[in-house]
Design a protein around this ligand. Structure first.
Ligand code: HEM
Ligand SMILES: *[C@@H]1O[C@H](CO)[C@@H](O)[C@H](O)[C@H]1NC(C)=O
Ligand SMILES: *[C@@H]1O[C@H](CO)[C@@H](O)[C@H](O)[C@H]1NC(C)=O
Ligand SMILES: *[C@@H]1O[C@H](CO)[C@@H](O)[C@H](O)[C@H]1NC(C)=O
Length: 509
């Protein structure tokens, strides 16, 4: 007995400690949001959350209202779903709510990249310089030149017959490859090969990269949740090694036209003491962030235009007007239209159509780590106590994008939803009589807001311009229904359709 008692006691202590770690004893304290731990210890609601984030969060909102804490795989996450109170999360000081720690953890696990101290600062500086304002002008030109290479390289030949393709595959392919070439540079024109050969190599190389990228893209949701089968995990590792090699600093040094955005970050990281093999890994993080969303958005934009003839007509008229006002014209044998950034600033109708597309199809999940105990102050005066070590999250798709009070008839595509009657950009939206500042959030908000948003918008607009100016295109089946959103991707940025749609296109000139 003298021997057994300590063993028994330590067993009991371990059991209680284990149960504690599993979160079994956590209780809602006074002043805290409703707590929903789910039925499974530690895992909590993670299975239902992963299966269909949108449906699960809608159920929780119905049950608990617009603030609630749920257990998800060892974390307690407080969801804030009142858009009028988003400022409390977006503007809270960084000693209380932190984005970096959370992001670094994810990036290490999914991309094998270990962040350094001033990573986020380096990204911010380079993005401010090269992805907005004057820097954006250079990027826009590069994008135009690459889009032309990919879309119009056989113009003037006798290939004016109709071609059939899948719209998602086509849009994603073109926008990914042009974006990639604009950021990571073109094949150098060696004197003996010449320009045509270099352009042909750009087309071939970017095609090969896209092919592998799509494989990784499809593994991504399960990879991020850490539930890949061992075979799929090996496939993901193989793909990572391929990307690190293809995007390596060493290969990049042989390229022309590498963007300053990428170049400056490489330099800054080298100066901060990071070795090339780690920088190579970062190059893929950037490829992922910059190319995974714009292509899918381009698909939805074209599809919505094709399904809504009044929208297509309005956008086409605007595009034709802007080209005409620039003194250019599209004609057989003539020069390709030089689509400047200045022209892209004169398109309120297309801007509205882009914003409406993102409202319906961009669904990021914004997450912050809670570094200190804090009080969440809601717009209506309610206050909630939030514990250190928890997380806070916002899913704007439910809270704003499809809220019928903010956006009436929220599931319909209305190309002019973001236009005032006088044709200017509409920015006033209301809920319960109060102005809603965050009336769409496709880019996130606050410290982690997408630094590529101006470039991304330009990419989408350039793609639509070229499609409208140089191609006839139509759905193979005009009665085709708009596909559903692939529910496994809720929370991962731009949504993808659950099936592709056939269309045909042909060069007009
Ligand atoms: C339609 C296209 C795009 C959408 C919907 C989109 C959306 C987003 C969102 C929601 C975030 C924030 C994620 C978070 O808070 O956790 C983000 C981050 C980011 N985006 Fe985009 N993005 C797009 C295109 C681009 C492009 C074209 C680039 C670069 C040229 C880019 C570069 C980045 C980077 C580097 C981050 C990480 C920011 C950070 O760590 O603070 N994105 N994007
Ligand atoms: C570099 O970009 C310019 C336009 O921005 C383009 O005319 C040129 O062909 C590009 N260089 C290569 C090697 O493709
Ligand atoms: C590069 O740096 C990382 C992390 O600092 C380290 O783990 C790795 O071994 C280094 N690689 C080389 C080739 O030096
Ligand atoms: C990024 O830079 C801008 C402009 O310099 C600054 O206002 C902003 O606070 C910076 N953001 C972060 C997250 O460092």
């Amino acid at each position: 007995m003298g021997l057994l008692l300590p063993i028994l006691l330590s067993f009991l202590a371990a059991l209680i400690g284990g149960l504690y770690l599993l979160g079994v004893f956590r209780q809602r304290r006074p002043g805290e949001p409703p707590l929903d731990k789910g039925l499974i210890p530690w895992l909590g609601h993670v299975l239902e959350f992963r299966r269909n984030t949108l449906k699960f969060l809608q159920r929780m909102k119905q049950k608990h209202g617009d603030v609630f804490t749920i257990q998800l795989g060892g974390f307690y996450v407080t969801f804030l779903q009142d858009p009028l109170s988003f400022g409390a999360l977006v503007k809270e000081s960084r000693d209380k709510l932190d984005f970096n720690k959370f992001a670094e953890h994810l990036v290490r696990r999914v991309f094998g990249y270990s962040a350094i101290e001033n990573d986020h600062h380096i990204l911010n500086v380079s993005s401010n310089r090269h992805l907005k304002g004057e820097g954006l002008e250079v990027m826009t030109q590069a994008m135009m030149s690459n889009l032309q290479n990919l879309m119009l390289h056989n113009m003037g030949s006798d290939q004016r017959a109709w071609r059939e393709d899948s719209l998602f595959a086509y849009s994603y392919n073109i926008v990914f490859r042009a974006g990639y070439l604009s950021l990571y540079g073109n094949e150098a024109q060696e004197s003996n090969l010449g320009e045509e050969k270099a352009k042909e190599q750009d087309r071939a190389e970017s095609e090969a990269l896209f092919y592998e990228f799509r494989k990784y893209d499809q593994l991504f949701p399960n990879l991020a949740y850490g539930v890949l089968t061992p075979r799929k995990k090996r496939e993901a590792d193989r793909l990572l090694a391929y990307f690190w090699n293809t995007l390596s600093v060493e290969k990049m040094r042989t390229k022309d036209n590498i963007s300053r955005w990428v170049w400056d970050m490489q330099q800054a990281k080298t100066e901060a003491g990071m070795n090339d093999s780690m920088i190579n890994r970062y190059m893929f993080v950037l490829l992922w962030a910059s190319q995974g969303n714009t292509g899918p958005s381009a698909f939805w934009l074209l599809l919505f235009l094709m399904k809504h003839p009044e929208a297509m007509t309005a956008v086409k008229e605007e595009v034709d007007r802007v080209v005409k006002e620039s003194g250019q014209e599209v004609r057989r044998g003539g020069p390709i239209v030089d689509l400047t950034r200045e022209m892209l600033l004169k398109t309120p109708i297309l801007d509205s159509a882009v914003e409406e597309t993102l409202r319906l199809t961009a669904a990021p999940l914004l997450t912050r780590a809670v570094l200190q105990d804090m009080t969440l102050k809601m717009a209506d005066g309610r206050e909630y106590f939030i514990r250190q070590g928890d997380r806070m999250a916002v899913f704007p798709y439910i809270a704003v994008h499809i809220d019928p009070e903010i956006h009436p008839d929220p599931h319909s595509f209305k190309y002019d939803r973001f236009l005032n009657p006088d044709g200017t950009k509409k920015t006033e939206f209301y809920k319960a009589g109060k102005r809603v500042k965050y009336y769409t959030m496709p880019w996130g908000a606050g410290v982690s807001m997408c630094p590529g948003r101006f470039f991304a918008t330009n990419e989408l607009k350039q793609f639509v311009f070229l499609m409208l100016l140089y191609f006839d295109f139509e759905l193979k089946n005009p009665d085709e229904k708009i596909p559903e959103i692939d529910f496994r991707r809720w929370g991962f940025g731009s949504m993808q359709p659950d099936r592709d749609v056939q269309f045909r296109y042909r060069l007009r000139y």
